[in-house]
Design a protein around this ligand. Sequence first.
Ligand code: HEM
Length: 215
Amino acid sequence: MSNFFSSSIGKKIIMSITGLFLILFLLLHLSINLLLIFSAEAFNTASHFMATNPVLKVMQYVLAAGFIIHITWASLLTLQNQAARPIKYNTNSPARNSTWSSRNMFILGSLIFIFLVIHLSDFFYVMKFGDMAGKSDYELVTSTFKIWYYALIYIVGFVFLGLHLSHSFHSAFQTIGLNNKIWMKRLKVIGTIYLFIVCIGFAIIPLYFLIPELF
Ligand code: HEM
């Protein structure tokens, strides 16, 4: 069993499973965050429920473990691949055989990690341990997005997320064994639809609060 976890395919399977779990989390996170646009009261109620419900409190630890395992295994796999191939091939043409995103998953993942650290210190940390200065959760998030450079950091973060996800969805299923040609095509389409919903959905939120401030 320990051989499985240390093998290259074992690491890839763990990354796929944690990646699919994070993909599901993003959909849930987006649905709650979209409440910001429709109702301050609904967002505050959902945010309070997410922070106090005992089952969801446990899920926060599962989520943190999902992120930590995904990031750690990605680093291990990248180091293992670099050690196995210290000299780059110049005989094949990577640009023709694969996409830019698929060749730069680790870099994109690292940029998303930086985004995540900024994001957690903006909201999660302040809500849990910081000084809310009498603000509600809704007021904290919306006042942040009214500052142009914060909104910009988030939109750039969503672009990185989009590029990372453009290779993630079908690739995760391929790794866990679903690599039949017809299903691969279908998964690429579903992955693209998911990618647009998530990235455009997230981007609308800072833009919705920033644009009225600019004019
Ligand atoms: C407009 C976009 C986003 C908004 C408004 C937003 C808002 C929030 C808020 C308010 C929290 C704190 C929730 C609480 O502690 O009760 C939070 C937590 C978190 N966010 Fe985001 N988020 C956005 C995008 C993202 C993205 C793109 C990711 C992943 C790449 C992400 C990952 C997380 C994680 C891991 C947590 C901590 C777990 C949790 O409390 O649910 N968020 N977010």
